[in-house]
Design a binder for this molecule. Structure first.
Ligand code: AMP
Length: 301
């Protein structure tokens, strides 16, 4: 089954205790698409870049079987750029800058032949743009939505509108508390379900991820890594791995979504091991399968 992914495509500035990287390939659509491409070979990417976006990045995305027909390339203008600096604990980060560039006037255009996409991942972008995507898609089988604190702050009304049409909401613990106005995460998840989604997945960084429906609860730990170098894109890789598995199996049952949570965690764990997309640049199917099996082992008792 195919997955349509919309989000940002970026050239990031990254600073972590392990070093600095400039003009690093990033963006929510980028991480989501690369992660999903390890599970399904029908990934459709929608985003926008400027004239400074290196052609080698487009070639790389295509080499992963990611269809870039929906990647708009503006003849004059700069690619979206985000600068982030991580604290020593690697859990918290400061945004150093956000330069919208060509993103400022972006309106996602879904190619006609993609309007019947089955699985849709609304990556982290302004909720009004996420809504524009939904309005162009005919009867998707599953819609997954990611968001961030910025949109809860400045786009809450639009976000609540989008959530009415979403099947799965993925967000981190801080965002879940902010959006639900509840401190307890189980209570927060149930409050979020009342906004519309049937499933809420809360990512908790090194403490794993929990999936909550009205009457089920599932939790998976994070993969036990000795060292991580750059957490950028972990959340997006999780979302890409999650939806990639659902599309591959074409099964949206809660039981199968438990496996999707684990595939999300597997891809996120590879992502954080290196800077930018390097951790998920060239994995083998065996790498992914092995880590999935290890998850089974570390959670069995
Ligand atoms: P994550 O670490 O999963 O939150 O995702 C990091 C990616 O999100 C980076 O590569 C950024 O380019 C991108 N990003 C940061 N801020 C925004 C924003 N306001 N809108 C869209 N993408 C963003």
């Amino acid at each position: 089954m195919n997955v349509l992914i919309v989000g940002s495509v970026a050239l990031d500035y990254l600073e972590t205790p392990f070093g600095v990287m400039e003009r690093a390939l990033g963006g929510s659509a980028t991480f989501c698409s690369i992660a999903a491409s390890y599970l399904t070979n029908s990934v459709r990417m929608v985003g926008i870049v400027g004239d400074d976006f290196p052609e080698e990045h487009v070639r790389f995305l295509s080499s992963r079987n990611i269809d870039v027909l929906g990647l708009e390339r503006v003849a004059e203008g700069k690619t979206f750029s985000w600068g982030g600096k991580y604290h020593d604990d690697m859990n918290t980060r400061d945004t150093l800058y956000t330069e919208l560039g060509v993103f400022e006037h972006f309106h996602p255009r879904i190619p006609d032949e993609w309007k019947q996409s089955e699985y849709v991942l609304l990556g982290n972008i302004h909720p009004s743009l996420q809504m524009e995507v939904l309005e162009q898609i005919e009867q998707p089988k599953l819609v997954l939505c990611d968001t961030m604190n910025l949109w809860i702050d400045i786009g809450l009304k639009e976000l609540k509108h989008v959530l009415k049409r979403v099947d799965v909401l993925i967000l981190n613990d801080e965002e879940a508390r902010m959006l639900s106005k509840k401190r307890n995460l189980v209570a927060a998840a149930h409050a979020l379900l009342r906004f519309g989604p049937k499933v809420v997945v809360i990512k908790k960084g090194e403490h794993g991820a929990s999936m909550v429906t009205r009457d089920t609860y599932f939790t998976a730990p994070a993969f036990p890594l000795m060292q991580l170098k750059d957490p950028t894109g972990a959340g997006d890789s999780f979302a890409g791995g999650f939806i990639g598995w659902l599309a591959r199996t074409n099964d949206v049952s809660t039981a199968n979504m438990r496996k999707a949570v684990v595939y999300g965690s597997v891809l996120a764990s590879f992502c954080v091991e290196e800077f930018s997309i390097d951790g998920i640049r060239s994995l083998s199917d065996e790498d992914v399968a092995e880590r999935f099996i290890t998850f089974r082992a570390i959670t069995a008792f």
